[in-house]
Design a protein around this ligand. Structure first.
Ligand SMILES: *Cc1c(COP(=O)(O)O)cnc(C)c1O
Length: 352
């Protein structure tokens, strides 16, 4: 007999993208930012005093809260720090869903939502996205979730739902709407203002992609004080460490550095998408730092994934219905993207 609860025994667990150690690999599989974080982040980490490590950190990360509040135009009490956005997603799943409180999200999307729900033995309903990843608003409403998740821009599609459409959904939902904005820094628009207009909206942000800090683990939630206060009851007492609080506050304070990186990624995104289209590999219009590219049946997405891997280029292949003819490719530096394009051109040409 298993020592685990049946629902834990039965589950698969989340499978993250590969993190190989070979530094020469061109790693375009987990949507990391290709540029380094701002130098002020490294300065902040170097300036950590021994006393800050001897003592427990500020349980609320107020340095970060205050910095974020002034940058994003909200009250500090509307901000909650997390050990990566994944920590905050987990908090919301635990706070709002359960065996009789349904968790709803449109698919395909970030596969962690389903995994977190499984751990809580939460009731789940997946709702397919509409054509071209339009928001299936009526089906989401009909599902009647206590909590509904929307990755916006979505992964793996890269597509963005307009803020007004999200706002309309929020106003018609009876439960909480969690807008996962992990990729919003690369997009033309965001849903941050919705936290002022709706009492049921939480906007989640991550420093992993936009601020080149996936290794640091820092994310934050913004929402009405009532929702943030409830989540505080659920979080670990010290869910963000002293170094991370200081580094994350420095990172968001250097908006100039971050914006320059976002602009470079956006420029390369357009160039990469256009070049891929010319190779007969079209992508969905992306508002994120990656492309979801359809590969022709010959050579096929799985074969291109394997061929790229043997050439030292790692992209993401999802062996799932509706995605198994596609590759999700992170936008890299111009040099990385050139190497990718050259490799793809060779693979496509030798397969015909
Ligand atoms: C990367 C990602 C996250 C998690 O970000 P972390 O802050 O690194 O935990 C959340 N949602 C989506 C859609 C992501 O792609």
């Amino acid at each position: 007999m298993s020592l685990f609860q049946p629902h834990i025994e039965a589950m698969q667990g989340y499978s993250p993208g590969e993190q190989p150690t070979n530094p020469r690999l061109i790693k375009l599989n987990t949507n990391e930012n290709p540029y380094p974080p701002s130098p002020v982040v490294l300065d902040a980490i170097r300036s950590v005093a021994p006393e800050q490590l001897r003592r427990y950190p500020d349980p609320m990360g107020n340095l970060f809260r205050q910095t974020a509040a002034s940058i994003f135009g909200v009250e500090p009490q509307m901000v909650l720090c997390g050990n990566g956005m994944d920590d905050l997603l987990n908090l919301t799943v635990r706070a709002f869903s359960g065996p009789v409180a349904k968790l709803v999200f449109p698919t395909p999307t970030y596969t962690l939502y389903a995994v977190l729900a499984e751990i809580q033995a939460s009731m789940v309903q997946e709702v397919p996205f509409g054509p071209d990843f339009t928001l299936p608003a009526n089906d989401l409403l009909a599902a009647g979730g206590r909590v509904t998740y929307l990755a916006n821009p979505n992964s793996p599609s890269g597509t963005l739902v307009e803020a007004e459409v999200v706002s309309d959904l929020a106003s018609r939902l009876t439960g909480v709407l969690v807008v996962d904005e992990a990729y919003v820094d690369f997009a033309d628009a965001d849903c941050m203002s919705l936290v002022h207009r709706h009492d049921n909206v939480l906007v989640l942000r991550s420093l992993s992609k936009g601020y080149s800090l996936a290794g640091l683990r820092f994310g934050f939630a913004v929402g009405p004080k009532r929702l943030i206060d409830g989540l505080i009851k659920v979080k670990d007492s010290y869910n963000v460490d002293a170094i991370a609080i200081q580094a994350a506050a420095a990172a968001i304070s250097d908006q100039r550095h971050a914006r320059q990186c976002w602009e470079r990624v956006r420029t390369e995104r357009t160039r990469l998408a256009d070049a891929m289209t010319k190779l007969d590999l079209p992508s969905l219009p992306s508002q994120a730092n990656f492309l979801l590219t359809t590969v022709p049946a010959k050579p096929g997405a799985a074969a291109v994934y394997e061929e790229l891997k043997t050439r030292g280029i790692l992209v993401r292949y999802f062996k799932l219905p509706g995605l198994d003819d596609k590759l999700r490719i992170t936008v890299g530096t111009p040099e990385q993207n050139d190497a990718l394009l050259k490799a793809i051109e060779e693979i496509v040409n030798t397969s015909v």
